[in-house]
Design a protein around this ligand. Structure first.
Ligand SMILES: [Fe+2]
Ligand SMILES: [Fe+2]
Length: 270
């Protein structure tokens, strides 16, 4: 698994100049996923694997964590359509992971199916058919705080994605007042709303969890906007800085930041 994460990050960070999609991202998504699963469970929302396959809540946690850890390993093959490649890359790893733990081949096959369903469903346009898949999809979208996106920004990739993510100061999960889950997002600048709209809202829409989530966005120093529903933004061509892109020192600095971050810095979440 470690080698897969490394290969995924070489493609993501070194070759494409996009943010970390390796070990740190996997941990963030797994952690957020577990928290979402438990918040939903406290509100009486059963995991689909419990409801439909009579598995235990602990099995559901295994599904969420395993899918979170493996959802992006397909980037080791290619970023484009990586959700499909992740099925391929995760399939054999999954058998090795599950075989010593799930001796019953039926239960093992159920877990295997549910994990792969969650992996393929993290594609923003694919509908999640299980609570567990919805959780992984939303958790994936929530790995958006500004430190997580320093890499493309520092490397000179100044498009709306990288600039907007630098405005996301904090993501916090808690129990909602009217719904099981509340997501509070603190922004330093309203440009961060693009990130909410482009990534979070779209993924929430196909996650199947939208009815269970309250979303509140607050621009620092502003009044909280509960139930925030960001407007659709038009996707524009990325704006690139020719000066920064051509400047080798900027690229080297970006690489250094990437390496430092992926090795040492944890997520700015919770
Ligand atoms: Fe992905
Ligand atoms: Fe991801």
């Amino acid at each position: 698994m470690w080698a897969l994460w490394q290969c995924a990050n070489v493609n993501a960070m070194d070759r494409l100049g996009i943010s970390d999609h390796g070990w740190v991202h996997a941990q963030v998504v797994a952690n957020l996923g577990l928290k979402l699963l438990r918040l939903l469970g406290e509100a009486g929302i059963s995991p689909s694997s419990v409801r439909h396959h009579s598995l235990t809540p602990e099995d559901a946690e295994v599904i969420v964590v395993t899918a979170a850890l493996l959802h992006d390993v397909g980037i080791a093959i290619h970023r484009d359509e990586h959700e499909h490649f992740s099925l391929l890359a995760a399939g054999s790893v999954l058998r090795d992971l599950l075989s010593p733990v799930y001796l019953d081949p039926v239960r093992r096959t159920i877990i295997w199916s549910e994990v792969l369903h969650a992996i393929i469903s993290h594609h923003r346009d694919i509908r999640c058919l299980t609570v567990e898949a919805g959780i992984v999809k939303v958790a994936d979208a929530l790995d958006m705080t500004k430190g997580r996106y320093r890499v493309p920004f520092e490397a000179g990739k100044l498009d709306i994605h990288s600039v907007s993510t630098t405005a996301i100061e904090r993501v916090r999960l808690s129990r909602g007042a009217a719904k099981p889950v509340r997501i509070d997002i603190t922004l330093s600048n309203s440009v961060g709303l693009f990130q909410l709209d482009e990534l979070l809202r779209r993924k929430l829409h196909t996650s199947g969890l939208a009815d269970h989530v309250e979303l509140a966005a607050q621009v620092a120093g502003d009044i909280p906007r509960s139930g925030y529903s960001p407007p659709m933004c038009s996707m524009e061509e990325p704006w690139r800085s020719p000066v920064r892109e051509q400047h080798p020192r900027a690229k080297r600095q970006g690489r250094a930041v990437a390496e430092t971050f992926s090795k040492e810095k944890g997520p700015n979440v919770w």
